[in-house]
Design a protein around this ligand. Structure first.
Ligand SMILES: Nc1nc2c(ncn2[C@@H]2O[C@H](COP(=O)(O)OP(=O)(O)OP(=O)(O)O)[C@@H](O)[C@H]2O)c(=O)[nH]1
Length: 483
């Protein structure tokens, strides 16, 4: 799916039960997250850990239908209650909550119209969107909240603004990436890469841990960036979601370390705190950008590979891919001394369909037939279009009786195929030639087995069509025709 064609998130009218659920979830989520943030305040008035805003934004981006007056009011009440419960004056609680909600709203407006793939961390521009969206949220919230802090706590304006901006931005960069990259059905996933042993797969992550330990041990101004190479390696080795968990855990551990004083660097001036937080934002931005670009490239490669290997019309394997994948399957069966059936299938009187109803209907029949084959067969079976209305199938690990049952099932399912564009058409039928190979003794060439299945197909055609004929493999030279 291209970015341009990918569906946009739409707000569907939510039934009452949804609105009730959204109200309950958002209200309690914001309340708990805000309480956590207030409880975890290690540095003065501005909490370092403040997950409420990013959680609210991430939830609304995943569930745009929840953006309704009821749930939004519940979220606002959640912010206000958390502040009141921890001793804030009502007017301050309301103003600070309004600042938080305004930041979330600004980021939502900026981000929600982007395509799924960009928004949910699967495209090259995803990290940029995350960074600018988070920055905008932080800017709006701090532009409103900063003056409130100045008036209420007499914090110098520039200090209030920059401390709020940097901590808010960093919180978004910690909480939002895992929420956006959360694996959902909406995102088409690339098939898992061939799996390495667990220990080998864990090496990039272990390296992050080692470099982090070294950075704490050595300290100094460069320590912030020690783990960058290992993070980039993680970005190229793991799924985006896994990477976001690693970057979030890394940021949290650094913030915890600095709060506990176990990090050499202890901010003496507020600008050092601001610089530290922006540095952390940048530290995670690089690997996130690499990971999302890598995911986009992997998806593109998957689509290219699919286009090369599959028949455009029917989406079953194209001839070349069928022959190469089939040969590998055959070699595996021969190696394990397992039986296999090779089928050649040819739609009967297909020319008449074209001549009577046109090529478009013929194409539709070919598509339906290919789809039916993939539905009737098992996942481990291989289906390919050999050309025109001719298909081939490999059934690994089947005895002759089972293979014949499958062939009968294909004959039956083909008769039941319907052509919506030609309701009065004759029933579709297929002729099948099958070669059943018992335990192979040695490696064989697939094209030779297909030739023998083709001879059985010829017999099925000449014996009246809409049937299957079986040959038993008895060596390359002496194929025996079954009655
Ligand atoms: N619609 C459509 N027709 C195709 C395609 N590829 C091949 N054909 C047509 O398939 C028809 C095959 O006809 P024949 O080889 O005479 O076979 P048949 O009519 O099925 O007769 P039997 O095989 O003897 O039962 C030809 O008319 C081709 O033009 C395709 O991709 N789409």
């Amino acid at each position: 799916m291209t970015e341009a064609s990918s569906p946009q998130i739409r707000s569907n009218p939510a039934p009452a039960s949804h609105a009730f659920k959204a109200t309950g979830v958002l209200g309690s989520m914001v309340l708990l997250a805000a309480l956590l943030g207030i409880w975890a305040r290690p540095m003065g008035f501005l909490s370092v850990v403040w997950p409420a805003n990013a959680l609210l934004l991430g939830t609304l981006l995943h569930r745009p239908a929840w953006l309704r007056p009821g749930p939004m009011l519940a979220a606002f009440v959640g912010y206000v209650c958390a502040d009141l419960m921890t001793g804030s004056r009502p007017e301050v609680a309301v103003l600070l909550s309004a600042a938080n909600m305004a930041g979330v709203g600004a980021a939502w407006l900026f981000m929600h119209r982007r395509s799924h793939l960009v928004l949910f961390m699967q495209r090259q521009t995803s990290a940029l969107l995350l960074f600018t969206g988070s920055g905008l949220a932080a800017l709006v919230a701090s532009a409103i909240g900063g003056p409130v802090l100045t008036v209420v706590f007499q914090t110098p304006p520039w200090q209030a603004f920059s401390m709020w901006l940097s901590s808010e931005w960093l919180n978004y960069m910690i909480v939002l990436p895992p929420m956006l990259a959360w694996p959902t059905r909406r995102l088409q996933r690339s098939p898992a890469a061939p799996q390495l042993p667990l220990l080998l797969r864990a090496i990039p992550l272990l390296l992050v841990v080692v470099l982090e330990i070294v950075s704490y041990w050595l300290g100094g101004p460069g320590a912030l960036a020690f783990s960058m190479p290992a993070l980039l390696w993680c970005a190229l080795s793991y799924r985006v979601f896994t990477l976001t968990l690693i970057t979030s855990a890394l940021c949290l551990s650094k913030m915890l370390a600095i709060s506990l004083g176990s990090f050499e660097f202890t901010p003496a001036h507020f600008l050092e705190s601001v610089s530290f937080r922006i540095g952390l934002c940048m530290l995670v931005l690089g690997p996130l950008a690499v990971a999302s670009a890598h995911a986009a490239r992997a998806e593109l490669l998957r689509q290219l590979r699919h286009a090369v290997n599959h028949d455009v019309l029917t989406d079953v394997l194209a001839r070349g891919a069928f022959l190469s994948q089939g040969q590998r399957l055959l070699d595996r069966c021969a190696h394990d001394r397992q039986p296999m059936a090779v089928l050649m299938l040819d739609l009967d009187h297909f020319k008449q369909v074209n001549d009577s109803y046109g090529h478009a209907v013929g194409d539709q029949l070919l598509r339906s037939f290919g789809l039916m084959l993939t539905q009737v067969l098992r996942p481990q079976d291989l289906v390919g279009r050999m050309g025109g209305e001719e298909f081939a199938v490999l059934l690994p690990q089947v005895d002759r009786i089972t293979a014949q049952k499958i062939a009968r099932r294909i004959n039956q399912a083909t008769r039941e195929l319907e052509l919506p564009q030609a309701p009065d058409s004759m029933p579709t039928t297929v002729s099948i030639g099958m070669l059943h190979v018992g335990a192979l003794q040695s490696l064989q060439r697939l094209d030779l087995l297909l030739q023998q299945a083709d001879q059985a197909l010829y017999a099925a055609k000449s014996r009246g069509r809409d049937r299957y004929e079986t040959r038993l493999w008895s060596g390359p030279e002496t194929p025996a025709l079954q009655p």
